[in-house]
Design a protein around this ligand. Sequence first.
Ligand code: NAP
Ligand code: ZN
Length: 360
Amino acid sequence: MAKSPETEHPNKAFGWAAKDKSGLLSPFHFSRRNNGENDVTVKILYCGVCHTDLHTIKNDWGFSYYPVVPGHEIVGIATQVGKNVTKFKEGDRVGVGVITGSCQSCESCDQDLENYCPQMSFTYNAIGSDGTKNYGGYSDTIVVDQRFVLRFPEGLPSDSGAPLLCAGITVYSPMKYYGMTEPGKHLGVAGLGGLGHVAVKIGKAFGLKVTVISSSPNKEDEAINRLGADSFLVSTDPQKMKAAIGTMDYIIDTVSAVHALFPLLGLLKVNGKLVTLGLPEKPLELPIFPLVLGRKMVGGSDIGGMKETQEMLDFCAKHNITADIELIKMDEINTAMDRLAKSDVRYRFVIDVANSLSRM
Ligand code: NAP
Ligand code: ZN
């Protein structure tokens, strides 16, 4: 008989899990493996709340298997390191992001693109290399192979820095890969949530002109005065959208729900590039005419490899880029999820795990 989550490993662990597709999170006892030779055990301090956590607890994509302990924007302290671990020592501040395993020998892994390894395993809602289920960062501890642990740069706050581990790398990687970093060029950021607001900040650090394209008119003031965007476009305002046709070099699309690409493609100049990062539960329609007639391109991107994630953290530390967060207690998570579903977050919830997760 398969062992229960509480007894399959030697070390007790505690977190909050969704038990079914209602998505309601509640206390959950499980266990973590012993720290292996290549592992780092992390006491979790903070964990960001990504919209992917929400998609997963609600089974939006049809491959959630419960119980799910979400959380892949983890900052904590290394409490134990295996004998082969060279990059970290006990007491170091470390980060864990969206992936915690890969084959480490395929073409993607050899190119530091573990995120595209066919055997890559996610931090939660996945099976790890030992054949047991992975549980994420809405919990007290996690044990991770050192390859998937990040050095958390000095000067980067643990709470507002945590969201960089997913939101940060997810917008940074495509900007680098698709050549969206040329100073003075015009970047549109569609969707001003967790990913979007970090994209604004990273875009500004690259020297771009940044316009937010949002369905929420009430975010305009903050987009410009707090986050540093140059301008703001309400996607439901046909006149303003029309006036902006053909003005953008690149668009980063972070919208989490099904939406029309046609108006966004219209905003691009000839040769413009649109990168879709959002993962709506149904396919988007791809209008061909604007692509063909304007030699435009649509691409995608999935987080980033470990080397590039470290590069991104160092870049953000250097440029003082953090997320704007609402710090919540663990037992406020269900309310936070309801608000996230309504695009009502300024601009990332982060759980104060160490100070609010108490065993029940
Ligand atoms: P988020 O904080 O909820 O932000 C998404 C934003 O999309 C919202 O704030 C809202 O911005 C806009 N939006 C939501 N529903 C909309 C609708 N019906 N019509 C138009 N706009 C809408 O989510 P997030 O954490 O940034 O994640 C965004 C998406 O990226 C999710 O689907 C997530 O799963 C995915 N994701 C992908 C990767 C990857 O590697 N590719 C990594 C992480 C997350 P406005 O209020 O400004 O309109
Ligand atoms: Zn995420």
